[in-house]
Write a protein that binds this ligand. Structure first.
Ligand code: HEC
Length: 196
């Protein structure tokens, strides 16, 4: 007890500057991988909950409504992939007013229903292949695009509910019709600019 008090008392004068430095360093230097992992945890949890508690429950279990790409015309639920993209588009728009925040994300697949969701860069292709072949592992790399350097992370997107698999397997535009529950169906790509 006495020892602690003494140490605090002695530390006051010199501690002020060193604490400030430590705090600002910690504030400025969230490792880019930890930031990508945290972003992914939030987006993947939201996506899983939307699919399980809304789409799977209302479409497959209770059969009260459909989910459809043409949700307005069909008076149907927004597809999980559309929900995800609408969020990503709103983030992009809102970020225009936040110069300190910069990242982008998208849902892609090596077996896309929508060709726009096929990988485009080498890192995206390698990352999607890696997460499909190495269950439970993420893919991290750096890439330079348009003269700018990025940290790029790819996370598996998994068929977490029966409705994921059934809808994809029977969709007219799918190149793959044998997805099973728990399979990696694609991946989430998160890209964060890094200096250098
Ligand atoms: C009711 C049908 C339906 C359900 C349910 C559904 N999807 Fe999809 N999914 C689609 C369609 C259609 C697209 C293409 C949509 C677009 O990009 O406009 C798509 C897009 C995707 C993509 C991007 C690549 C591609 O195929 O275009 C992935 C990955 C994906 N879905 C995985 C899943 C997973 C995992 C679930 C469950 C959590 C799920 N989907 C639930 C129909 C569905």
């Amino acid at each position: 007890m006495k020892k602690t008090k003494l140490a605090i008392g002695m530390g006051v004068a010199i501690a002020t500057t060193s604490v400030a430095t430590t705090l600002s360093a910690a504030g400025d230097m969230v490792p880019v991988k930890a930031m990508a992992d945290a972003l992914h945890l939030v987006m993947d949890s939201d996506r899983t909950i939307y699919t399980r508690k809304i789409v799977n429950r209302l479409v497959k279990k209770e059969k009260v409504i459909k989910a459809s790409e043409h949700f307005e015309d069909d008076k149907a639920l927004v597809l999980p992939a559309q929900m995800f993209r609408f969020g990503a588009e709103l983030v992009k728009k809102r970020m225009e007013k936040k110069p300190d925040v910069d990242f982008s994300y998208s849902l892609q697949s090596l077996w896309p229903i929508n060709k726009q969701n096929a990988p485009k860069t080498k890192a995206e292709k390698e990352g999607l292949k890696f997460v499909a072949e190495n269950k439970g592992k993420n893919y991290y790399t750096e890439e330079t695009l348009g003269g700018k350097k990025y940290f790029t992370a790819v996370y598996a997107d998994t068929g977490v509910a029966p409705v994921c698999v059934s809808c994809h397997n029977k969709h007219k535009d799918t190149p793959k019709k044998d997805f099973k529950i728990g399979d990696v169906m694609g991946g989430v790509v998160i890209r964060i600019p890094i200096g250098g």
